[in-house]
Ligand binder design. Sequence first.
Ligand SMILES: *Cc1c(COP(=O)(O)O)cnc(C)c1O
Ligand code: SF4
Length: 345
Amino acid sequence: MQYITYNNTNIYNKTLTDEQAHNASLVSARYPVCLTDYYAGLIRHQDDAIWKQCMPDARELEDYSQCADPLNESHLSPVPGLIHRYPDRVVLLVSNRCPVYCRFCMRKRLVGSGDAPMGESELCAALDYIAAHPAIHDVILSGGDPLMLDDQSLSKILTGLRAIPHIAIIRIGTRVPVTLPGRITPGLCNLLRTFHPLFINTHFNHPDEITTASAHACSLLADAGIPLGNQTVLLKGVNDSIETMRALMTGLLTLRVRPYYLHQMDLVQGTAHFRTSVRSGLEIIRGLRGHISGLGVPHYVIDLPGGKGKVAVLPDDVTIRGNMLQLRTYTGEQVFYEDITALQE
Ligand SMILES: *Cc1c(COP(=O)(O)O)cnc(C)c1O
Ligand code: SF4
């Protein structure tokens, strides 16, 4: 694995102006900056979609309006590194490192910080908690990026989880196929396939991230029988157009990756310059539904502040009056539909 870390005036030979370099060093003092050789290589020019996602920006420091932990994750942690918000599923923060630190990250407060969230004793405490709560059926490994762990550490966590009889499914949330695809090796896939049913949700945000290398990583995972989903964050200036989203979602399907969530950006400090209006997100969903394969249309979700959970929002395409529905089709036509069973209820 090769990493290119920030070295003050150059980030992977992308020469910065003096002002950019100065700002980058201020930002990196507060939030970690890290790129992979591979991901930086996808930058075609300054300020393109890849650049904006990974290069530090002075605006990260100008945003004091928001909270570092709006989802109240730290208060929903019964033991360190475990988030228990919904009764039947938990998030386990097993790593605080990522190959690339995304400038819009919702866990900006945690990623890249020196102390590992999951030491030996924390892992034991988390597994004990899960074992003691039979209502938990679904464990989501997150971070940071779980695939930043070596195979042996990952195997240990997965073995611990599989020893708990009430755990039905395991999910891994990872951006490694996008930012460090070489980490998806046949050896890793052979390890993961022994823990089925295991799902992976990856994180593509732009069609430029779909490359021969990322496609190969996804195909290795899919061939290991791992159902692949994708979570995209809606980002101003990166992917907030219907054309870009159509290309992204249909491109993902060709990788056997099923779009799962489109996230409205959380109200996390340091990320305001990426935030779009919910109205524009709804217009994007309207531009997908009916226009591309239904398999490629994600749920657009808002993760509510205070840890109240995710809510899926839809464009308002139905008006109900009694048993009469007025529906808007994907072409914009208004159609009446009689709900004949409504009268019998
Ligand atoms: C998103 C999330 C989940 C998983 O939600 P699904 O809708 O099942 O994908 C679970 N716990 C927390 C804390 C979450 O943020
Ligand atoms: S890979 Fe995920 S956790 Fe890591 S910085 Fe990017 S968004 Fe945050």
